[in-house]
Design a protein around this ligand. Structure first.
Ligand SMILES: Nc1nc2c(ncn2[C@@H]2O[C@H](COP(=O)(O)OP(=O)(O)OP(=O)(O)O)[C@@H](O)[C@H]2O)c(=O)[nH]1
Ligand SMILES: [Mg+2]
Length: 595
């Protein structure tokens, strides 16, 4: 039997990706933020004896939607062969979402209607007569709770029955289905009156109580910074000791086993393996616990529903810079990695606003840069000062991003007011958080792993060739190469050796620490000491400032190119960030020298 294709459609934030993961065992990104999925994701699963391709679509506000992510979903519905649709609604909002399901039903494809978040519906006393709906609509209706896995079996069963009886139905073209809005509204109202009972005045929830503080005009801003501070306090206090421990373990493994084992190898090969690959990759690997902790905390924030509050809170400020509150959320999402944040701009409808947002996302302090900063701040600054130095980079990251937007805001033109729904706060489940952070760590290894290995290998070659010269000295290839760039970096207080790591950092910031380990010939646990001896705080801060502001990595550039569809814009934004990085480091270093 042929493979069937089934797509999940619904309004944003209704739990499509959660159900997708439940049904297929995949690990698509889930978050309490309308616009989490901006791409098609697909997975295969077996339904009865039939192989099914399940496709998770970005949320649609309605079939008229025209932001980029909605266009992707619409285009899929219009052009692909689809055997059935699973329409996912938020049961607590059935009054507003049922019309959407009716709109989809007009497409003429077989559908299964899934009313998700049954747990919340019960808590809010929204009562749905499933049987009445099923009878009136003539399609299977499932009341489920995807997050907690309730009712999933029912969906599977409905799918199986549907595929079993599937006779290909002729489809109604999308544009035709769109011309029935009034009829749909009437039908929806009749159905609701018949099958749904919800309380007249909803009771005040704890979401409202929390929002009184978090959405307060100034208390909310204070709360935001407290949350931010708490976020990296956790990363610091949990991740940093683990990193040190891992460094010590790797160092011990090197001296006890690897050095003796490599004793009989020719010197260049032993040096390449130990001082190149092991030191470089090992030093980067010590950051895995920090990356894991970091993503755990970020996923918890994303899944809590706070992002939508941040968007709301910052909307007024952002609109002075030609953007809206959602662009602020993209800056925060960039804390993890700039690439998904750039893709997340698809939810912005105005293409010029999208570009403006893409211009400033690369200034967001991503987790790869965080590695560099954690390393340098602990190496150079006192334990008391280090967290504050780190906080200063988060603040600077926002300031430079905002200033950039402010400079270019005039290009955006007419702005629409932000209309966004605030989802209720939801507590993340542990299993989901564990899954998510493992996924991110896996992505980190897959994505950056190759770059890191290749990067440290090339750096070893550059610093140790021609064989026989003092490693990383002026006579080495790296030394000769750096001589060319010295005039550019010397006024910033960034010396020859450091500037080499910055060149590699252009490819990916994950390489920087590994590169430094190889350049300074230091093992996974020695680099902090070596750095502390070889530079003062001004040079270190200037180096970090440059790292914060210049191009994050090639992957980000590729994402900007893909999403903006403009090489000119990509080049211009790269030059913009390089220029700002140089000027900021120059101004800082030259001023700091006066003290
Ligand atoms: N309480 C409750 N929360 C749920 C349930 N299903 C999903 N969620 C939460 O709802 C939020 C949105 O889930 P997603 O699966 O990302 O929703 P989506 O429809 O894919 O959203 P977009 O991709 O943005 O369109 C997340 O915080 C989920 O944890 C449920 O059954 N009950
Ligand atoms: Mg989704």
């Amino acid at each position: 039997m042929s493979k069937a294709r089934i797509a999940l459609v619904g309004m944003p934030n209704t739990g499509k990706s959660t159900l997708f993961n439940r049904l297929s065992g995949a690990s698509a990104q889930v978050g309490n933020w309308p616009g989490m999925t901006v791409e098609l994701e697909s997975a295969r699963l077996l339904v009865g004896a039939r192989m099914v391709e399940l496709v998770d679509l970005p949320g649609l506000n309605n079939l008229h939607g025209f932001s980029e992510d909605e266009r992707i979903a619409r285009h899929f519905l219009e052009t692909q062969a689809i055997d059935a649709l699973i329409v996912v609604l938020n049961a607590t909002q059935i009054e507003r979402q049922l019309a959407f399901a009716l709109q989809i039903k007009r497409l003429g494809l077989p559908i299964i209607l899934v009313l998700n978040m049954a747990d919340e519906a019960i808590r809010r006393s929204v009562i749905i007569d499933r049987d009445a709906l099923e009878k009136a609509l003539g399609c299977p209706v499932c009341l489920i709770s995807a997050k907690y896995g309730h009712g999933i079996q029912g969906v599977r069963h409905a799918l199986e029955t549907l595929l079993h009886h599937n006779t290909t139905t002729p489809r109604t073209p999308l544009h035709q289905a769109l011309h029935e809005d009034d009829a749909i509204e009437a039908e929806s109202a009749a159905l609701l009156a018949h099958a749904v009972r919800s309380p007249q005045t909803p009771a005040a929830t704890w979401t409202d109580r929390i929002d009184n503080i978090l959405l307060h005009p100034w208390l909310g801003i204070v709360a935001f910074f407290v949350i931010l501070l708490g976020l990296f306090q956790i990363v610091y206090s949990v991740g940093a000791p683990l990193q040190e421990l891992l460094g010590e373990a790797l160092e011990a493994a090197k001296t006890q086993w690897l050095i003796p084992a490599a004793a009989h190898l020719p010197a260049p090969i032993a040096s390449f393996l130990l001082d190149g690959l092991f030191d470089g990759v090992g030093t980067v690997a010590t950051f895995l616990p920090i990356i894991l902790t970091f993503y755990l905390v970020m996923s918890a924030v994303e899944d809590s529903g706070y992002m939508a509050r941040a968007a709301f809170l910052m909307d007024a400020l952002m609109s002075r810079m030609g953007l809206d509150g959602r662009a602020f959320v993209m800056q925060i999402m960039g804390f993890g990695c700039n690439v998904p944040a750039i893709m997340g701009t698809r939810i912005l409808r105005n293409p010029l606003q999208r570009r403006l947002s893409m211009l400033i996302i690369p200034f967001s302090l991503c987790s790869a840069r965080l590695q560099v900063f954690l390393f340098f701040t602990t190496a150079i600054f006192s334990p008391q000062a280090a967290p504050w130095v780190l906080l200063s980079f988060y603040v600077l990251s926002f300031l430079v991003a905002f200033a950039s937007a402010w400079v270019w805001r005039g290009r955006v033109g007419e702005q629409e007011p932000l209309i966004m729904e605030l989802p209720p706060y939801r507590s993340p489940t542990f299993s989901y958080l564990a899954l998510q952070s493992l996924r991110e760590a896996g992505q980190f290894l897959r994505g950056a792993g190759g770059f890191i290995i290749a990067g440290v290998a090339i750096i070893w070659l550059l610093t140790h060739l021609p064989w026989g010269v003092e490693p990383a000295s002026a006579a080495s290839w790296a030394g000769q190469l750096a001589a060319i760039t010295t005039p550019i970096f010397a006024p910033l207080g960034i010396d020859t050796l450091l500037s080499i790591s910055l060149m590699f950092g252009f490819v990916a910031k994950e390489i920087v620490i590994g590169a430094l380990a190889v350049i300074y010939g230091a093992g996974p646990n020695e680099l902090t000491g070596v750095l502390a001896r070889s530079m003062d705080w001004r040079q270190a801060y200037s180096f970090m400032l440059f790292t914060l502001l210049y191009t994050p990595c090639l992957a980000t550039l590729a994402a900007i190119r893909r999403e903006s569809r403009s090489l000119r814009f990509t080049v211009a934004s790269t030059l913009w960030s390089l220029a700002i990085a140089w000027l900021a480091s120059f101004a800082f270093y030259q001023t700091a020298l006066l003290f």
